[in-house]
Write a protein that binds this ligand. Structure first.
Ligand SMILES: [Zn+2]
Ligand SMILES: [Zn+2]
Length: 232
């Protein structure tokens, strides 16, 4: 796996090289790296409502947490586990601002059809403006705009994060949920609409729950979630 170490050296996005191994390739990911990513990260087709692998292995069963506290959204659509090597691409993208990594995401996403045919709009789970300012971009918004032409659905930035939530890692689940309560306000009419929430990574699912609850309280007909990857 030595060739994966060259990831950070790949700066030039104009030449055709695989974003994971740096070898010449016709696509942003070469076939061996794409196969490797598929083997390591592909989630099973049937997931719990929260995006975790279905505990009953495909019978549509809910996980323990969803049984206790069903999420306000109907379904989570996700193809990839947040694991090596996809996590490398996402980290380089998000935390090092390597926007050309998007080519790999587009390459992966172009192979996937719109998971919910009835969706009216794509709604990014946007970051707080301060985080966006610090990072220089909003990854959920950029993903929504990458998906829009592929899935032929408009982007509706209906949610505004009104508090910068502290980094959630390390805090207890109860604390995390308390931090998120009232985290979003509505900034576009959503009554009667079917919204597909878009985000890059789902971890606890707290933000998606809060976002969906806010949209449904504002009259949305249905909310589902699409995330590029899921920690599990
Ligand atoms: Zn490769
Ligand atoms: Zn669940």
């Amino acid at each position: 796996m030595k060739h994966f170490q060259s990831l950070h050296l790949i700066k030039n996005h104009t030449i055709s090289i695989c974003l994971l191994c740096g070898r010449r390739a016709r696509a942003p990911l070469c076939p061996p790296c794409q196969d490797f990513l598929e083997q390591r990260c592909r989630l099973p087709a049937t997931l719990c409502r929260c995006g975790l692998p279905d505990p009953a292995g495909g019978c549509g069963a809910l996980c323990g947490r969803c049984l206790k506290q069903p999420p306000p959204f109907t379904t989570t659509h996700c193809d990839w586990r947040y694991d090596f090597p996809l996590d490398r691409l996402i980290t380089a993208y998000k935390h090092q601002g390597q926007l050309y990594q998007e080519r790999a995401f587009v390459h992966l996403l172009a192979q996937r059809p719109l998971p919910w045919a009835q969706a009216d709009v794509l709604c990014p789970i946007s970051a707080h403006w301060r985080r966006r300012l610090w990072r220089g971009f909003d990854q959920a918004e950029r993903l929504a705009h990458l998906l829009a032409p592929l899935w032929r659905r408009p982007v509706l930035p209906a949610l505004r994060r009104q508090r910068a939530t502290a980094h959630q890692q390390g805090s207890s689940r109860r604390q995390r949920l308390r931090n998120l309560h009232g985290a979003f306000t509505i900034q576009a009419p959503v009554r009667g609409r079917r919204l597909l929430l878009v985000d890059d990574v789902m971890t606890s699912g707290g933000s998606a729950r809060e976002a969906a609850a806010t949209l449904l309280a504002a009259g949305a007909a249905e909310v589902r979630v699409w995330v590029l990857s899921r920690t599990c």
